[in-house]
Design a binder for this molecule. Structure first.
Ligand code: DX5
Ligand code: ZN
Length: 217
């Protein structure tokens, strides 16, 4: 089943709990949490305390996207906080396989993320060990950027590799997705769609999610 993952980065942080409850009620499948450290990306966002707080107010899985250097230093903290998935960027993990195995040992589902310019071959060695591959369709750091069109080809290529080898992983795509373009992202082979602006900056979350489901079917 295809899934919609609202990214809290575009939510109203002064009412974060209400915002998350509202998208849950509107039919979201999981909650995407963008963690940024001011080093791997320029922006700084939230840490384990926010994941822990969200864990108490929603029953949805928490999809924690770590845009941080040396993510291995924080895996335990994010696992204890209640993450369902933890995804780490291949660009900052010279020992990617070991990091993925650590995440799984912590009873969290491991995933790997690629920036738009990082080639798929970087993750070939871990495709049989991850539950999720997250392909960035914008350069990470900020919400509200435009979808990079060449991502579609990359999604298609990964879809083929996953199907041919029957890897048990889901393909997630993050950045610049909206009602207007989710259909082509879905057709390219994505399973999970992250939307910040495309949900939280719309008037009626329920209606937006209904339209998104229609388009991505
Ligand atoms: C970008 C983040 C995304 C972003 C998505 O660095 O990883 O999750 O918030 O926001 P939109 O949908 O506005 O591109
Ligand atoms: Zn993200």
């Amino acid at each position: 089943m295809k899934k919609i993952a609202p990214s809290i980065l575009s939510a109203d942080f002064s009412r974060l709990g209400e915002e998350v409850k509202a998208v849950q009620k509107a039919g979201a499948d999981l909650i995407h949490v963008d963690v940024m450290d001011g080093h791997f990306v320029r922006n700084i966002t939230v840490g384990p305390v926010v994941v822990k707080a969200l864990r108490r107010i929603t029953s949805l899985p928490l999809d924690v996207h770590l845009m941080i250097e040396q993510p291995e230093r924080y895996l335990e903290a994010f696992a204890e906080a209640g993450s369902t998935w933890i995804t780490v960027h291949a660009e900052v993990c010279p020992r990617l396989k070991a990091v993925i195995r650590r995440i799984r040992k912590l009873s969290v589902k491991p995933g790997v993320v690629l920036n738009p310019s990082t080639p798929l071959k970087r993750i070939h060695p871990v495709l049989d060990e991850v539950d999720l591959v997250l392909l960035m369709s914008v350069n990470p750091g900020f919400a509200g950027q435009s979808f990079i069109q060449s991502s579609l080809k990359k999604i298609e290529r990964l879809r083929k590799i996953v199907d041919q080898n029957r890897y048990g992983l889901e393909i997630e795509v993050d950045g610049g997705i909206k009602v207007e373009n989710i259909r082509e992202v879905s057709r390219a082979g994505a399973d999970i769609f992250v939307l910040g602006t495309g949900i939280f900056k719309t008037e009626n979350y329920e209606e937006t999610i209904r339209k998104l489901r229609e388009e991505m079917a």
